[in-house]
Design a protein around this ligand. Structure first.
Ligand code: SF4
Length: 492
């Protein structure tokens, strides 16, 4: 496997677990290696085709377990200096096995134990291991909550559907007619609010159903109007966003992605070359510009570029796509490129991408043909670290939780609260469907940690009456993790 230039040795670690009830399988290192409890881990060899294969090999060698029910990346990696002074990076995976699995001990371990979640967390020696286990627990809790919701509504044989269309037009109208809906709600992003009136009228005329427009500002791709905001509407039309595969829907939702293949691919590629963008290039695009990718990549390759488009995790619908809270498409190819190019508009995604991949991130607006120089990640990180430093003495914390399905991290909030309390700090959880700075005025809180959309902490923090940190920043502020390496907060 190709190595990232900023890393000398890639490593993998697997958190073995079984379900019903959830239990974790941990291993103890022998006395000469500290008798500490750890997950299974090991180095990635040059012969390993990818990280999952490396972990499968390690599991077979160290535990004899080869019958795996699932092996999923936790999108959690840690960098550190190895005993040889080289720069190592460890990638964490959740590995499901049968509850009856009995591992074989190798020279790496002298004991193993199946443990309840709280006991497993307590027994793990390294805080990074605990953090990865928290992430796995968060995912398992989310899955079991979704399963119980499905069981609680046995009359619904099919989950609400996501129907994807490229633009507004007859295919959308035909799909809506076929759906035989009684009332449709239309949600438009900020850039299209002027057109909302005409679009609603066009749908009403073409489909023959009442249409209402959601007037509240749309915060992002997982911020849909709730049924209580739009009573009686049994269909939702969302403009400008793609479905997020791991976000459940509460009614049939038509995602009109507003694809725009506009822009001259050859002229844009020449613009990239003339700006001096490195030749080994990863591209990430907002959903509107995904149709331009094919011809644009061909044009870049004709100029001598090697382009990589990555595949994301269960939160991303398309290759090369990105969300402000998830850049796994870029992370999947980061080792093979020298820089990234963001195809789209606005600064939020390039900033998040720069935090996530630690590579120069250029931006190209395909419609205007304007290119922007790389984001200065160092400056961004220093600004965030300064904020962390300012909150280090805070004793009263507020933990922000959104109840929106796509950004509800209540399990994470409870873990953070427990960690704060274990350090003698006061921490209350504040819950709302939308986090609004006006609701936080006048509270006896010195600083907040945001578990909802990362835009709140990274883009809008100036609007809040107190500093707002991300989850990894909070752990730095209360002394659980060091300031370096700086970690971006991502959702999976
Ligand atoms: S949580 Fe992610 S998907 Fe939801 S609005 Fe924020 S950036 Fe977009």
């Amino acid at each position: 496997m190709a190595a990232d230039e900023a890393v000398d040795q890639e490593c993998v670690e697997g958190y073995l677990f079984a379900r019903s009830p959830t239990r974790f399988l941990l291993f103890r290192r022998p006395p000469k290696r500290g008798r500490i409890w750890v997950p299974v881990s090991g180095k990635v060899d040059a012969k390993d085709p990818d990280l999952p294969s490396a972990l499968r090999r390690e599991l077979a060698e160290e535990t004899g377990l080869t019958e795996l029910r699932a092996l999923d990346p936790l999108n959690w990696s840690v960098r550190f200096e190895g005993p040889d002074g080289r720069r190592w990076r460890l990638h964490a995976f959740g590995v499901e096995v049968a509850a009856t699995s009995v591992p074989r001990l190798s020279r790496e371990h002298d004991a193993f134990a199946w443990l309840e979640p709280a006991a497993a967390r307590q027994r793990l020696y390294y805080s990074d291991n605990q953090a990865a286990l928290d992430r796995l627990m968060e995912r398992l809790t989310e899955e079991s909550e979704q399963a119980s919701t499905a069981l609680a509504h046995p009359t619904s044989h099919f989950p609400p559907q996501a129907i994807v269309l490229p633009t507004v037009g007859e295919p959308l109208f035909a799909a809506l007619r076929e759906g035989h809906h009684t009332k449709v709600v239309l949600q438009v992003p900020a850039g299209l609010v002027r057109n909302a009136h005409d679009l609603a009228a066009a749908i009403r005329d073409a489909v023959g159903v009442p249409v209402v427009v959601a007037s509240r500002a749309c915060f992002g791709a997982c911020d849909f109007p709730s049924p209580s905001e739009t009573p009686g509407a049994d269909a939702l039309v969302v403009l400008g966003h793609a479905p997020i595969p791991n976000v459940p829907l509460d009614r049939t939702t038509y995602f009109v992605e507003m694809r725009d293949p506009g822009g001259d691919p050859t002229a844009l590629a020449e613009r990239v070359r003339d700006a001096g963008v490195p030749r080994r290039l990863g591209i990430v695009a907002s959903v509107q510009h995904l149709d331009l990718l094919g011809p644009f990549v061909t044009a870049l390759e004709a100029l001598g570029y090697t382009v990589r488009l990555g595949t994301g995790d269960r939160r991303l619908q398309y290759a090369a796509q990105a969300l402000g809270c998830n850049y796994t498409t870029a992370e999947s190819v980061a080792a093979d490129v020298d820089a990234f190019l963001f195809l789209g508009t606005g600064r939020f995604h390039p900033l998040g991408l720069a935090f996530a991949v630690e590579k120069p991130v250029w931006s190209l607006d395909p419609l205007r043909g304007e290119i922007e120089l790389p984001v200065d990640r160092g400056q961004l990180v220093r600004r965030r670290q300064l904020l962390v430093a300012k909150t280090r003495g805070a004793r009263r914390w507020g933990i922000l939780v959104s109840t929106l399905a796509g950004q509800n991290r209540n399990p994470t909030a409870l873990v953070l609260q427990a960690r704060a309390r274990a350090r003698g700090l006061d921490a209350e959880v504040f819950v709302s469907d939308r986090i609004d700075p006006r609701d936080l005025e006048g509270r006896d809180v010195e600083a907040y940690v945001n578990t909802a959309c990362p835009r709140i902490a990274l883009d809008d923090s100036d609007l809040y009456p107190r500093p707002v940190l991300t989850v990894p920043e909070f752990l730095m502020a209360i002394g659980e993790t060091p300031l370096e390496p700086y970690r971006f907060d991502t959702y999976h």
